[in-house]
Design a protein around this ligand. Sequence first.
Ligand SMILES: Nc1ncnc2c1ncn2[C@@H]1O[C@H](COP(=O)(O)OP(=O)(O)O)[C@@H](O)[C@H]1O
Ligand SMILES: [Mg+2]
Length: 324
Amino acid sequence: MMIDVEHLTKKYPGGVTAVSDVSFTVARGDVVGFLGPNGAGKSTTMRILSGFISPSGGTVRVAGLDVTKDSLKVRRHLGYLPESCPLYLEMRVRDFLRYRGELKGVPYRHLKNRVSKVMEQCGLLEVRKRPIGHLSKGFRQRVGIADALVHNPDLLILDEPTIGLDPNQILLIRKLIDELSREHTLLLSTHILREVEATCDRVIVLQQGQIVDSAPLRELEDRWCPATRIHLEVRAKSDELDVFCRQLPDLREFKLRMEDDWACLELDFGLNADPRQDLFDRVRQRGWDLRELHRKRRTLEEAFVNMTHGEVPAGDIPEEAAHA
Ligand SMILES: Nc1ncnc2c1ncn2[C@@H]1O[C@H](COP(=O)(O)OP(=O)(O)O)[C@@H](O)[C@H]1O
Ligand SMILES: [Mg+2]
């Protein structure tokens, strides 16, 4: 295991319990997203993993090493992009990365190559001679990622790597993360769903310092959004539609909106239902005009809202997640 966290707890001085009895593992090569609203404990967990603050309880191992006992060795295995990445604004990009590489123990004979490599990977060659303070937020973030990478760590921990960036910059950072995920184990945090959808194999959802669930995205959606939604538009009267809907097998809920004489229906069925053929037959039997019938992808947003508002899904959750 690249990361092995058991019963981690963190209480800050002053009494805030930021993380409470959290356990999870990340295998070598995995790309895992930490997802949760602000204050969920994402940054705290990442700071502990990186050896920057110590846990109040539990054990945390990175590459088999205990982060409290072997903090210096652990740092060799990981690159960490903190939430607000401290950069020396007056330093030039290349000089800064050389300095950071030296600090992290990159042998002098490899330093020049490593710095060139990470500048190339992170798209920084064109700005290598510019002072960091003159760069846009997107470029600065890339300098932060290059810094995390300079000693070629196995594991990269990126805390909200796209926060505060504009949409173009976000796309570029995502592309970079995608490339990095081929060579490194990656743990990245975000409060934005699209982020994990775009980049992660698996998601760990945190809420108030605890793990709510942990699974590949598809599974999370199935668990927390247990419905098949059909969008149907037919030309029919609303009283006829009421009868129509009540006769549908396995219908959970429906919404009706009229657009002139077209009825637009959102129909929620059970998770594995596929009532499209049946619906089509029923519409045809009634002789209604049909202008739309399609199955909608359940949205991650719905799943996220359910997960972080404490509603328990109907289906079965794995033992550990249910208990966490
Ligand atoms: N240095 C600190 N001292 C005291 N409380 C803190 C400190 N850092 C974070 N917290 C608190 O711990 C909780 C978790 O914060 P954090 O780990 O930053 O969450 P996230 O990164 O998910 O937004 C929050 O309630 C936050 O206010
Ligand atoms: Mg944070």
